[in-house]
Design a protein around this ligand. Structure first.
Ligand code: FES
Length: 151
């Protein structure tokens, strides 16, 4: 893993916005940004570990722990909230046996609130791994979650 991190550092360290590009690449590859990555990234970008940690924790997108095998994201931004995302979140929590911001103990699923999936005109929206779903209703939800392991 550290070799992979070093390779990403070399790839991105001289790019504008390289730190963000690296963090995205790392999370795409591993599913999260491991704590072990902070020190080498800080060194590679001539930053303090606190600065790198600050970036990772500032953006909700970045995870510091491995996600479940399935990641369900529910948009909680204004448009989706106005169109029923609270009800969707409650239904998903009950259906999958996991609370928002948590990964189920068996590692099957993580449930993450997110703040805009870019489908505001078709709210409410959710994402299951890489698949986006718009105009989600409580009636449609069970079918959309059919492939997700239940507790
Ligand atoms: S507010 Fe939910 S997709 Fe933008």
């Amino acid at each position: 893993m550290l070799e992979h991190i070093e390779s990403l550092i070399q790839q991105h360290r001289h790019q504008e916005g390289g730190l963000m590009l690296l963090l995205h690449s790392l999370q795409d590859a591993l599913g999260y940004v491991p704590a072990e990555a902070v020190a080498p990234i800080a060194k590679g970008f001539n930053l303090t570990r606190a600065e790198v940690h600050g970036v990772i924790t500032y953006y909700h997108h970045f995870r510091s722990t491995p996600p479940g095998r399935t990641v369900v994201q529910v948009c909680r931004a204004e448009s989706c909230k106005a169109c029923g995302s609270d009800e969707l979140m409650a239904q998903i929590e009950q259906h999958l046996g996991v609370k928002a911001h948590e990964t189920r103990a068996d590692g099957a699923v993580s449930l993450e609130p997110v703040y805009c999936l870019g489908l505001c005109a078709q709210s409410p929206a959710i994402q299951v791994n890489d698949r986006l779903f718009a105009r989600v209703t409580t009636e449609r939800l069970p079918a959309l979650l059919a492939g997700v392991e239940t507790a």
